[in-house]
Design a protein around this ligand. Structure first.
Ligand SMILES: Cc1cc2nc3c(=O)[nH]c(=O)nc-3n(C[C@H](O)[C@H](O)[C@H](O)COP(=O)(O)O)c2cc1C
Length: 436
């Protein structure tokens, strides 16, 4: 268990964060932020004021196109569309902060190992070691279609390909050895070629012949995040993730996941990585007000927009299925872990398709922590203690006011209880996450 709770703000560079139609919510500034870098910089500074470990961007390149076999509902409601590139934001955010970790999702389908190492390590080097990478294999059909692939590669083979991808990344990150850089102005020698290893990799999926493209940062390489929850995904996360994310609908699901992760790690002879659970705090001055705020969010959700997102993540077209019957597990080549988590019985009865669609519309299945600042702090502390998780990947509802309220009202309570930092302990993202 971590010494303290770790907090990461879970964002998307699109008109919505995770809540469908949040761009239309009264007071939400996301549409302005899409065209104004300063709003993102303000957000990063707010998170830094709240001593957050990091700001993390999910990314779903392409468009959700499974529901009714069309992209139209995603486009109509602005469901993660347009999907602006998160990586280009990171350097601007690094320039406006000193301590905040900055992470982006990049898929092993959309990029080559060399290009990810080069892009992320350049920002990691420039920022003094504050970058993270969420490794995803790319499970969306829309992403594959956008990139010109006619088929989505089979689920487990995507992870096999991603293993190779990572092997090349590690070699590139390790290529520039200790003492390699001489930079002697007198002799004009920049580096000792004997200390720069040539990467000569030929695999089933990828080839790479070159030397490391970027100087090693203060943390040597970006912090690696991963979020696969299927059997094969868990293995990949254990083998490569410094930290793993999980979305579970409730506490029993979180506990079950922790057990699965521990068992899988033990069977691989490894230590399980720390877990950040996805949650969505919904605050109010009173519990009733917080509940009303949640009800208002639910009332605004367009069901077709929610189903567009759910169908995309699950890789299944949910059009025409009875919304009020329990959601049935279906074979999928997309997110097998999430499909299982939301079709399992984790309470007194299974979730209906309508309930899951609404959960997806609110926050892709992340549970809402509803209440006064004190009550939300209680929930964050008790889940952390009961599950032994590392902390939370937290999605806001209204931007940026819900984050400002969290920083001003919940963070001081956690700090007073001694479960959250009052100052950054380390220099790098890895150090602040207790990984170094
Ligand atoms: C918390 C969480 C966040 C995720 N973020 C992204 C993302 O930003 N982009 C993406 O393409 N996939 C994302 N995924 C999908 C996973 O990385 C993974 O590809 C998918 O869940 C299928 O893996 P599985 O079947 O092993 O669970 C996320 C999944 C989870 C649980």
């Amino acid at each position: 268990m971590s010494k303290q709770i770790h907090l990461v703000s879970f964002q998307i560079h699109s008109p919505i964060n995770h809540t469908v139609l949040s761009w239309a919510a009264p007071g939400d500034n996301r549409l302005d932020a899409l065209g104004d870098l300063r709003k993102w910089q303000d957000l990063a500074r707010t998170l830094e004021r709240g001593k957050f470990d990091g700001l993390f961007f999910a990314d779903t390149p392409g468009v959700f196109d499974r529901y009714r076999d069309s992209h139209e509902d995603a486009v109509k409601y602005g469901v993660c569309w347009p999907s602006h590139d998160p990586v280009v934001l990171l350097s601007a955010l690094a320039a406006s902060t000193e301590n905040l970790g900055l992470a982006a999702t990049m898929s092993t389908t959309a990029y080559k190992p060399w290009s990810i190492v080069r892009q992320l390590s350049t920002i990691d080097y420039l920022s003094g070691g504050r970058v993270g990478w969420n490794i995803v294999t790319g499970h969306l059909r829309g992403e594959h279609r956008a990139l010109g692939y006619s088929e989505v590669m089979e689920h487990d083979r995507r992870y096999d390909a991603a293993d190779e991808f990572m092997e090349i990344c590690y070699r590139l990150w390790g290529s520039i050895g200790e003492g390699a850089i001489i930079a002697d102005r007198e002799s004009g020698v920049f580096a000792d070629p004997d200390k720069v290893a040539f990467v000569d990799y030929h695999g089933e999926f990828f080839n790479c012949e070159t030397v490391g493209p970027v100087l090693p940062s203060a943390q040597r390489r970006p912090v690696l995040f991963q979020a696969g929850t299927s059997g094969r995904g868990l293995r990949f996360g254990i083998e490569h993730g410094d930290v793993v994310f999980s979305i579970q609908p409730n506490l029993p699901g979180m506990k079950r996941y922790m057990g699965q992760l521990q068992d899988a790690a033990a069977s691989l002879g490894r230590k399980a990585p720390g877990v950040l659970f996805g949650v969505q705090p919904i605050l109010g001055g009173t519990e009733e007000e917080a509940r009303r705020n949640l009800d208002d969010l639910v009332d605004r959700l367009p069901l077709d927009g929610c189903l567009a997102r759910l169908s995309g993540t699950m890789g299944v077209d949910f059009a025409g299925i009875d919304l009020d019957k329990p959601m049935q597990e279906q074979a999928t080549n997309a997110s097998q872990g999430l499909m299982k988590a939301f079709t399992s019985v984790l309470g007194d009865r299974p979730f209906t398709l309508r309930e899951v669609a609404i959960k997806w519309g609110l926050a892709v299945g992340m549970p809402q922590l509803v209440g006064t600042p004190e009550q939300v702090a209680d929930q964050l502390e008790s889940i952390w203690r009961e599950t032994g998780c590392h902390g939370y990947n937290m999605t806001p509802n209204v931007m940026p006011s819900s984050i400002e309220a969290f920083v001003d009202e919940v963070v001081p309570i956690l700090q007073k209880r001694g479960v959250f930092r009052t100052e950054y302990e380390g220099r790098t993202f890895a150090e602040n996450l207790e990984l170094a």
